[in-house]
Design a protein around this ligand. Structure first.
Ligand SMILES: NC(=O)c1ccc[n+]([C@@H]2O[C@H](COP(=O)([O-])OP(=O)(O)OC[C@H]3O[C@@H](n4cnc5c(N)ncnc54)[C@H](OP(=O)(O)O)[C@@H]3O)[C@@H](O)[C@H]2O)c1
Length: 262
């Protein structure tokens, strides 16, 4: 498939890109601040297939060295570098879009794609509204380009506690929701843009994420949060993102995600 991954420099986004390329997809990875953060990551490979180190191997000015002979184009929105990544069968193009709240700037990375995957970090919302604005722009760009499939990674506290939540979850959840209420409000605004988009959307709601090695499995609940979610490895979240991309059962639904048991 032709996929565009936004938030691609983040912990989850990088893992989604790595797995998608390994699975043979054609991936456009969108970052806001230059390609180095993605292509200089552990696991990225240069054009000749040699492993890159995480430190000090990016090109000048924070740009990644082009792989496959990829040519940089312009500045601002749409500086493009192509690079091999993780030795997969697919292809990767890394694109800088400085302002992801501008639908016109998103147009080139959205046009002709089969699906858009948005994996933004939930930063402290200063100024507030940025995530909702980014989702709004993405929906507009998708509609304009005729792209129907849009999947975003949100967070479990945006949704209600499941009725079968355990004692610990019931105790901890109100504290988390109070402390990070501004952050979850941002994610709720993002979700709302999708729900009202008229597109084939899916919202994923994992709990706490880790960088541990994935189990290769996860639990899911369509339409609500999972109880006793445990922590979920970003590798397993990325697997879920790619699995659910093509699953008709999750179109127009939120999906709670949690760590596989055992
Ligand atoms: N961390 C957790 O424990 C946890 C728990 C539950 C759910 N989640 C959710 O899982 C998702 C991924 O989390 P993560 O920890 O892997 O992410 P992350 O590493 O914190 O960041 C992901 C990327 O999002 C991009 N980003 C940040 N703000 C953005 C904005 N307003 N618009 C567009 N892009 C933006 C940034 O990339 P650029 O600057 O290059 O664009 C960043 O590298 C998030 O939705 C998060 O809420 C996280």
């Amino acid at each position: 498939m032709k996929l565009t991954v936004l938030g691609a420099s983040g912990g989850t986004g990088r893992e989604v890109v790595r797995q998608a390329v390994a699975a043979g997809h054609e991936v456009t990875a969108v970052v806001r601040k230059g390609a180095r953060s993605l292509t200089a990551a552990p696991g990225a490979v240069s054009a000749d297939g040699s492993a890159r180190r995480a430190k000090g191997r990016g090109g000048r000015g924070g740009e990644a060295r082009a792989g496959h002979g990829g040519e940089g184009r312009g500045g601002g929105a749409g500086g493009v570098r192509e690079a091999g990544y993780g030795g997969g069968n697919g292809r990767l193009a890394v694109t800088t879009v400085a302002d992801v709240t501008d639908p016109a700037a998103l147009g080139p990375v959205v046009t002709g794609r089969d699906a858009l995957l948005f994996c933004p970090g939930l930063e402290s919302p200063r100024p507030p509204g940025r995530l909702g604005a980014a989702a709004h722009a993405l929906v507009r760009a998708a509609r304009a380009a005729g792209v129907r499939r849009l999947l975003v990674v949100s967070s479990s506290p945006v949704g209600p506690l499941p009725p079968d939540e355990g004692v610990l979850g019931r105790a901890v959840s109100p504290v988390l929701r109070a402390v990070f209420k501004d952050v979850y409000a941002e994610a709720a605004a993002m979700e709302s843009e999708l729900v009202h988009s008229g597109l084939d959307w899916t919202v994923l709601r994992p709990g706490k994420l880790t960088n541990r090695r994935g189990k290769g499995r996860y639990r899911r609940r369509v339409g609500g949060n999972l109880p006793d979610k445990g922590t979920l490895a970003r590798a397993d979240l990325a697997r879920a993102v790619l699995d659910l991309l093509d699953d008709p059962a999750v179109r127009g639904r939120t999906v709670g995600l949690g760590s596989a048991r055992g």
